[in-house]
Design a protein around this ligand. Structure first.
Ligand code: B12
Ligand code: SF4
Ligand code: SF4
Length: 371
């Protein structure tokens, strides 16, 4: 569509977005995000991106929306907060694990619904419009910063006044040549609270995340979780909010989010079937939709929060199932400790044939039997 947008269209889009629940809306050009692409390539080359996934599968596509939508002229970027709705998991409690607040339920649904309203309004005005949220074809934070919806924090999160980092981001790609918004003239100043709060040292003061050290990354990445990351894991089941919880601009909103949400009984979870787990956590990103990776996370959390009550279930996991779960169950038993754990580890050592699991069992037995 070639005709310039009629007066007031942007105001109407803002109203539609706000009614749908967006807390911020801005417009930016579709010029390629060259700086982000260069930074992504650097992170891939230096290993900081971890395994190539999502936007990292093809940074050229993710940073140039015109490759996927040749007709695109603008991005209408929206932000959506999931607090206070996502509540607060509260303090750690024996036998329980914690879900990061962005995932207590599928909060992206609210974001997508609001963006769809904006897209429908553009379509009714005669323009093309497609919703992109958490999609491999766009770097959402780059778009949000350019459209003045947020600034880049040292946690790498896109932050906004009042909401801090507690925002999900998405865009409507359109051919409507709407007026572009001014970027937000803010930065983190001297604050480094997120860098200090990160339990694994995954962040630096230049706003770079080493994904291979990030708990949120490992919670959704296949394979064995490195030992030093397991040590720092705490009671997490999925996601990590430490760098968000530490962030002063979002502090007040987090304080108002008091309802108890996001705490899970780990033993009950480990006793459910794969089908039940994948249905209950359909909105989690679980590699290959393979429930064993969620069980693996629960085993690590039990290693931190399990009591003697957890030993029988952990022992079952030692004796059957995939090697990755036998190994993580051994590690958890090593942390829970006690005579029953020691006996279970010794019996498993007599039977186990997989060398990697044998190593885990040996290390756990040494831990339990340390004088
Ligand atoms: C891949 C990914 C991850 C990976 C990160 C892997 C990696 N190697 O980067 C993992 C699994 C770790 C992850 C974790 C989380 N994620 Co994520 N993730 C994404 C995804 C799919 C792509 C991100 C991407 O491509 N980044 C590209 C890199 C290069 O950008 P960057 O890391 O932001 O780095 C830039 C800044 O550092 C910046 N920069 C530029 N100028 C300046 C200036 C200053 C002063 C500073 C300090 C920095 C700076 O330079 C870099 C490039 O320019 C997006 C969705 C999407 N399609 O965009 C969601 C997304 C980024 N994730 C999101 C969320 C909610 C999370 C978690 C909070 C979930 C949780 N609670 O566990 C954590 C937060 C961890 C953290 N501190 O970032 C939200 C973030 C919303 C927001 N307000 O920023 C997004 C946008 C999803 C969405 N649509 O809402 N995520
Ligand atoms: S999500 Fe957790 S582990 Fe990852 S950078 Fe933030 S605080 Fe560190
Ligand atoms: S904690 Fe401080 S440095 Fe980190 S993102 Fe928030 S304001 Fe910026």
């Amino acid at each position: 569509m070639d005709a310039p947008p009629r007066d007031g269209l942007l105001d109407r889009l803002r109203r539609v977005g706000e009614e749908g629940g967006l807390v911020g809306l801005g417009v930016c050009s579709v010029e390629p995000f060259d700086e982000v692409r260069v930074e992504m390539a650097r992170r891939i080359d230096t290993g900081l991106a971890g395994r190539r996934r999502f936007t990292y599968t093809d940074p050229t596509v993710a940073t140039d929306v015109s490759r996927s939508f040749p007709w695109a002229r603008r991005l209408v970027v929206g932000s959506f907060t999931y607090l206070p709705a996502a509540g607060n998991p509260g303090p750690p409690a024996a036998g329980t694990g914690r879900i990061a607040r962005f995932a207590t339920v599928d909060h992206y649904r609210g974001l997508r619904a609001a963006l769809s309203e904006v897209a429908a309004h553009l379509a009714a005005a005669g323009y093309r419009a497609e919703v992109l949220a958490d999609d491999n074809r766009l770097v959402d934070r780059g778009a949000a910063v350019r459209a003045g919806v947020a600034w880049w924090g040292k946690s790498t999160m896109a932050l906004a006044p009042k909401y801090g980092p507690w925002l999900l981001l998405g865009s409507v790609v359109t051919d409507a040549e709407l007026a572009e918004s001014e970027p937000m003239a803010r930065d983190c100043g001297t604050c480094v609270a997120c860098v200090t709060a990160c339990p694994t040292g995954a962040l630096n003061q230049e706003g770079v995340l080493d994904a291979t050290r990030c708990i949120s990354y490992w919670a959704q990445t296949p394979g064995s979780i490195p030992l030093d990351i397991r040590q720092a894991w705490g009671d997490r089941l999925y996601g990590c909010d430490d760098c968000l919880d530490a962030c002063p601009p979002g502090g007040r909103l987090a304080e108002t989010s008091a309802a108890s949400e996001g705490r899970v009984d780990l033993l009950a979870l480990l006793e459910r079937t794969d089908e039940e787990l994948m249905a209950e956590y359909a909105h989690f990103y679980v590699p290959r939709r393979d429930a064993r990776f969620l069980r693996r996370n629960a085993l690590v959390a039990l290693g931190h929060r399990g009591t003697a009550e957890a030993v029988p279930v952990l022992t079952q996991y030692l004796a059957s199932g995939p090697a990755i779960l036998r190994g993580h169950a051994a590690w958890a038993l090593g942390r829970v400790g006690g005579a029953d754990a020691s006996g279970a580890l010794r019996r498993a050592l007599a039977e186990e044939a997989d060398p990697a699991v044998v190593d885990e069992l040996e290390a756990a037995r040494r831990e339990v039997e340390r004088p």
